[in-house]
Design a protein around this ligand. Structure first.
Ligand SMILES: [Zn+2]
Ligand SMILES: [Zn+2]
Ligand SMILES: [Zn+2]
Length: 101
């Protein structure tokens, strides 16, 4: 009979935006095709969940976005560096200086 459908509902997949049927109490927001995929909160592209990491805010981001980047121009930098060059240090300082004014 139809009884099985009572506890089912349509859910819009959070990744591909296609509707799929899930159990009403299931918190899953991803369809079968997307269950191993997540959206990177930074580049907003799809990546396998297994390769993603959490940033300081608890958001899932891809490996690429998790790599250290220059705080001014977003170029990749060595792990312990915040800026790729002296001019970016100056640029960053200048930006902060302007914000304070
Ligand atoms: Zn999907
Ligand atoms: Zn990313
Ligand atoms: Zn830079």
């Amino acid at each position: 009979m139809m009884e099985d459908l009572v506890n089912k509902e349509l859910q819009l997949c959070s990744i591909c935006n296609i509707e799929f049927v899930k159990d009403r109490y299931d918190k899953n927001e991803k369809c079968e095709d997307c269950k191993d995929i997540d959206l990177c909160m930074e580049c907003e592209e799809e990546h396998p969940t297994i390769s993603m990491v959490e940033n300081d805010y608890g958001d899932l981001i891809c490996e690429e976005c998790a790599e250290p980047k220059c705080r001014f121009c977003n170029d990749p930098v060595e792990a312990d560096m915040q800026f790729c060059s002296k001019s970016c240090v100056d640029g960053y300082k200048w930006d902060n200086y302007r914000e304070k004014c």
